[in-house]
Design a protein around this ligand. Structure first.
Ligand SMILES: [Zn+2]
Length: 279
């Protein structure tokens, strides 16, 4: 508990308190405004998400989540529909430069197409989630077809990267309550929805995606983005930098879920990296 208090004190003393309160919309930064339209990449050294060694172990008490009660300004960036041959590697570069760990809800069919990218994603510390094998409307499928979609993806991820996903995001968010309960009892996957949706799949432009995410983000947010689209990836440098500047810290979905059980949350922060991040 001491470590948690110390970390929160340092994190809050950084920029969160002056940056924004989750209750009101933070102002869109000049940098985010400048990103509208043209320059997808920012000049100069990227801001870095601090190293924070947090538990990834959760035993889910709920069958689905769209946000989490986090003990600080933690958020999870999630990317759907990949891996994509060029957008996903470009996104991985952007995340690596900022020390941001994200969660990728991959389509099993694409995992089989690009296993090397999936391996790289895991090697760089990101989490993989199950997003079905062929991206159907799961709520319309029989139980056997639903289980097949999940199992085939699980197997593809295991073949490619040697890990198994621990959560499911249904395509279009379409999964009935009874299916969610069934998936939880059969696979142990909680269903992960989202609380911030920039509607980036409509390709409104990188600047609009950035400003929607920055304005919608709150502590415990699960942010939905699609690395299938180049313009969504274009939006990430300004989006991530703007959220870091506001004091938000990026964790994976499993880490966010582990935090939800606040009594069990283990937060062991490295003060040195936090001080660096506060510059
Ligand atoms: Zn999808």
């Amino acid at each position: 508990m001491k470590a948690l208090s110390l970390f929160l004190l340092v994190a809050v003393a950084g920029s969160f308190i002056s940056g924004c309160s989750p209750a009101k919309s933070p102002p869109v930064s000049a940098r985010a405004r400048s990103a509208r339209g043209t320059a997808p990449f920012e000049q100069g050294p990227a801001m870095r998400n601090p190293d924070a060694h947090m538990s990834r172990d959760f035993s889910s008490q709920r069958v689905s989540y769209s946000r989490v009660s986090a003990p600080g300004p933690y958020v999870a960036l999630t990317f759907d529909d990949g891996p994509h041959s060029s957008n996903t590697p470009r996104l991985l570069n952007i995340l690596r430069a900022r020390n941001v760990k994200a969660t990728f809800y991959v389509i099993g069919k694409n995992v089989d197409l690009y296993p090397d990218i999936v391996r790289r994603t895991v090697a760089e510390g990101h989490e993989l989630g199950n997003h079905s094998y062929t991206h159907p409307v799961l709520s319309k499928l029989s139980q056997a077809a639903l289980f097949s979609e999940i199992r085939k993806t699980d197997d593809a991820i295991l073949r490619a990267a040697g890990v198994r996903p621990r959560t499911l995001r249904p395509p279009y968010g379409a999964l009935t309550q009874s299916q969610r309960e069934l998936v939880m009892s059969t696979f142990g996957y909680p269903t992960i929805m989202w609380s911030v949706d920039p509607m980036d799949w409509k390709k409104p432009g990188a600047g609009v995606v950035t400003s929607r995410i920055v304005q919608g983000t709150h502590a415990g947010a699960i942010i939905l983005v699609h690395d299938l689209h180049a313009s969504s990836v274009d939006a990430m440098p300004a989006t991530i930098d703007s959220l870091l500047r506001r004091g938000y810290r990026f964790v994976t979905v499993s880490q966010l879920l582990a935090m939800n059980q606040s009594a069990q949350a283990q937060v062991i922060a490295n003060p040195e990296t936090l001080v660096q991040a506060g510059r």
